[in-house]
Unconditional design. Structure first.
Length: 466
């Protein structure tokens, strides 16, 4: 992750940018600012192949970038009183203008918040305040769908901000900034989405967060296989549901670490650290077995704040203070055993999946298909039953997919709605797509099917072009 974000001449990236999209941006730019943009930058959404809700516990994940992205056209100039003028090609999102000394008010959350988060992250890291920018945004990642439209936006904004201030962070540095930036949006997210959006290069990547951020190419034999994304069209807006879904899970993870530390009389930084300290094997798959047994031995079902206070022998207010605040959550019970079992088995499944991809013999494809079937479906079952981040529609789509020949189906991203991912044999693709129409006709969807059911190949990551 040491290298820099590539800056291209536009002609070199034409293959990624249908002329009509550039035209749309230029027209909007002309209309909003009575001039033409000088630069463009983009950062993609992502599909998480496997490894759900484990990035914020420090475990490695296996995502790939998709070709849907956040694309920005911009121009900039030095200024004593710098301002941001921002517009969107989608008329739903109103134009706005503000100084670069803005504050982020989450109670007044609107689409520009994501831009502000990326901007603020760079400004704070480098302490620069000297450039005005005019920008038009065009996003093609469906929002609230688990394909990380928010990270594509925040990463793109952080990239733009570092570019206009003539900073050139490495990909690793920009990723760290984007991870921090996205938390200004009020979600205690992990780092998967920003990492893949910035560093992707046409392959799935195994992303490690511990002991440091790292990306490894996974030699995925995709030749005869393709990933299909099916959007359930159940919108899961984290900005609204974080206190009962995403952020609650982050708090549950902290409580698991605290209780395990208490029972085993050790300090653990996170669950990754717990596994590293308690494992009795160096094999990436086997090393989870002993920690998993410890979890089952020490944790039980549901805990209230009072239960936790009693175990740790501290006041309830201290539990609140130490492990919950400043994250906003709404919950009376914490299902720590189930959550911990999901996280450790899911982290283990990532390595099982990588191994299945890498079996170096002539039956590699056969192995991958057979193994991925179990691994991906196990992942879905664990998300549904242990992490409780699936929903009725996701389960339904995955069942329908299995009937239509999917080799493995699961939710992708945070869940509670949004998209599902299916591994499909290319020679079965068209009949699979046909079979999946049943879901969309059942829910009465009359829009363009290509927007909700589509195959995707791994895309490139963030770039600037001019
Ligand atoms: P989505 O589905 O894009 O909201 C979220 C987190 C990830 C990861 C996944 C679950 C953000 C920006 N991203 O993704 O870090 O935890 O859920 O695996 O919140
Ligand atoms: Mg998101």
């Amino acid at each position: 992750m040491e290298n820099k974000i590539p800056v291209f001449e536009k002609s070199a990236v034409d293959e990624f940018y249908p002329v009509d999209r550039i035209k749309r941006l230029n027209n909007q730019f002309e209309q909003s600012f009575k001039s033409s943009p000088t630069h463009y930058c983009r950062s993609p959404g992502r599909l998480n192949i496997i490894g759900e809700h484990i990035d914020y516990s420090g475990f490695s994940v296996l995502p790939m970038a998709i070709d849907r992205d956040c694309l920005m056209a911009f121009s900039f100039q030095k200024s004593d009183k710098p301002t941001i003028k921002i517009a969107n090609t989608n008329p739903k999102y109103k134009s706005s203008e503000f100084g670069t000394d803005f504050t982020i008010d989450l109670k007044a959350h609107d689409w520009t918040t994501y831009f502000k988060c990326g901007f603020k992250g760079v400004l704070e890291t480098y302490n620069v305040h000297s450039v005005s920018v005019q920008v038009v945004v065009d996003g093609t990642v469906p929002t609230g769908s688990g394909l990380s439209s928010s990270s594509a936006f925040v990463c793109c904004s952080a990239l733009l901000t570092s570019y206009i201030h003539n900073l050139s962070p490495t990909k690793g540095e920009l990723t760290q900034i984007a991870i921090k930036s996205e938390r200004y949006c009020g979600v205690e997210s992990g780092g998967m989405d920003q990492s893949i959006s910035i560093v992707a290069n046409k392959t799935p990547l195994l992303i490690d967060f511990e002991p440091k951020l790292n990306a490894t190419l996974v030699d995925f034999k995709l030749n005869d296989l393709v990933f299909v994304i099916a959007n359930t069209l159940v919108v899961s807006d984290k900005a609204v549901t974080a206190p009962i879904h995403y952020n609650l899970r982050v708090v549950e993870c902290r409580l698991i670490v605290a209780l395990l530390g208490f029972y085993l009389k050790k300090e653990y930084k996170n669950l990754w650290d717990f596994v590293e300290k308690e494992k009795d094997s160096s094999d990436n798959v086997d090393k989870f077995e002993k920690p998993l047994a410890l979890v089952k031995q020490h944790l039980s079902g549901d805990y209230t704040r009072q239960d936790i206070a009693k175990i740790l022998d501290i006041d309830v207010s201290k539990v609140e203070e130490e492990y919950i605040k400043p994250i906003q959550i709404r919950a009376t019970e914490f299902k720590l055993l189930k959550r911990a079992v999901h996280i450790l088995t899911e982290a283990q499944r990532v390595y099982k999946f990588v191994k299945a991809c890498q079996v170096g013999d002539p039956v590699v494809l056969g192995n991958l298909m057979v193994n991925s079937f179990f691994i991906q479906n196990e992942s879905q079952a664990s998300c549904r039953d242990y992490f409780e981040c699936s929903c009725y529609e996701i389960d339904k789509v995955c069942e329908l997919a299995a009937k239509n020949g999917s080799l493995g189906s699961r939710l992708t991203g945070a869940g509670w709605g949004g998209c599902t991912v299916h591994l499909i044999r290319k020679d079965n693709l068209s009949s699979f797509m046909d079979g999946m129409k049943e879901y969309y006709s059942e829910i009465g969807y009359e829009g363009d099917l290509g927007q909700v059911l589509f195959s995707s190949v791994p895309s490139i990551g963030a770039i600037v072009f001019q």
